[in-house]
Write a protein of this length. Structure first.
Length: 346
């Protein structure tokens, strides 16, 4: 129990963005199922209209939970080669009653480079708000070892209101080049490195997050014809990576997804050795999903912790994604889908 409390307190301080440790963004294992969160250049990338939600329950084995969610809608405007989108993000950490909420607007533009190659450039502006209620935190100076009691808040939170709120604006940009088999893109979030400190006279910046993602798709022998559309069912194998760096942390995800319409199976490894001792630097991730002709995609993934935090303490992480893609506008635009980025489905 004490070991779990130690890990929980350490992780809470990490999320709070103290003067020692910097605040970090939430990461999703199904990052392609959260496209606007991954890279603003993916806004409108389906070249249809798309709505989706993501939910992540991280380390449920700890005494206090870490929950994250995202919801988005985006639409592609053919007349202007542009995508527009709206995204809502949030996460909650129960130990300090810390919550972060974000609403952002995204825009992307598609540029044709040649008969086979395209380039997308995107930007995003977000309003974020952090709320925390510190009265439930327990510090060592509050514990009476002799009597086994816990006293009130001492001077650890001196200068910080027990009920704190801080708001700020942040910006992101991204780009991606692709054809019908490969994609390579990058993004930078928090370009302005906003101050996230709850103390007015102190500065604690949210570091810029830089990510690089890419992959390659191999088409396998097609399956049988679909009963409704009479088209051959897709069978493909995709390999991809996603590298993230946000001072002082960096991570690399490597994985593959097998698509046997309508079933999707995936496996990821997340890990990159660093000098930091914080947990969850490494995980093995399994995914199963269905991608239906109706435009509905549902995915579930589980993170098996292999870091120092270990599976027994953390309980891994559960993640669910649901999205619906549909045509809104001129039906003649259906034939434009040959230009869609061949990214992972989840």
């Amino acid at each position: 129990m004490l070991r779990k409390f130690y890990w929980t307190l350490l992780l809470t301080l990490w999320l709070l963005g103290s003067n020692i440790l910097s605040a970090q963004d939430v990461q999703y294992s199904q990052f392609y199922a959260a496209p606007l969160y991954l890279n603003p250049a993916l806004t409108g990338a389906s070249e249809l209209t798309r709505v989706g939600i993501n939910y992540r329950n991280q380390w449920p084995g700890l005494d206090h939970s870490f929950n994250s969610y995202s919801a988005y809608i985006d639409h592609y405007i053919f007349d202007y080669n542009s995508g527009v989108g709206l995204i809502f993000n949030g996460n909650q950490e129960t130990l300090a009653n810390l919550s972060t909420n974000e609403v952002g607007l995204s825009y992307s533009y598609r540029l044709k480079l040649s008969e086979k190659f395209y380039f997308r450039l995107g930007a995003q502006a977000s309003y974020m708000q952090r709320d925390a209620f510190f009265s439930d935190l327990v510090f060592g100076s509050m514990i009476d070892i002799v009597n086994g009691t816990v006293g009130g808040i001492t001077d650890e939170l001196n200068g910080i209101p027990l009920d704190s709120r801080h708001s700020f604006v942040t910006y992101a940009v991204g780009g991606m080049i692709y054809n019908d088999k490969f994609w390579l893109g990058g993004s930078a979030h928090h370009l302005n490195e906003p101050n996230v400190s709850f103390i007015n006279d102190r500065t604690n910046v949210l570091p810029m997050k830089v990510s690089l993602q890419g992959g390659y798709k191999v088409n396998l022998s097609p399956g049988g014809r679909d009963y409704f559309t009479h088209s051959y069912q897709e069978r493909s194998l995709s390999f991809a990576f996603n590298y993230k760096q946000q001072d002082p942390f960096n991570q690399l995800d490597l994985g593959a997804q097998l698509y046997l319409h309508p079933l999707v199976l995936g496996m990821w490894y997340r890990g990159l050795p660093t000098k930091n001792n914080l947990p969850n630097n490494e995980a093995v991730i399994g995914l199963v999903g269905v991608s239906l002709e109706s435009g509905l995609d549902i995915g579930y993934s589980y993170d098996f912790t292999v870091s120092k935090l270990n599976q027994r303490n953390s309980g891994g992480a559960h993640e669910i994604s649901i999205r619906y893609t549909f045509l809104w506008g001129d039906p003649r635009s259906r034939n434009q889908r040959s230009r869609v980025i061949p990214c992972f489905r989840y």
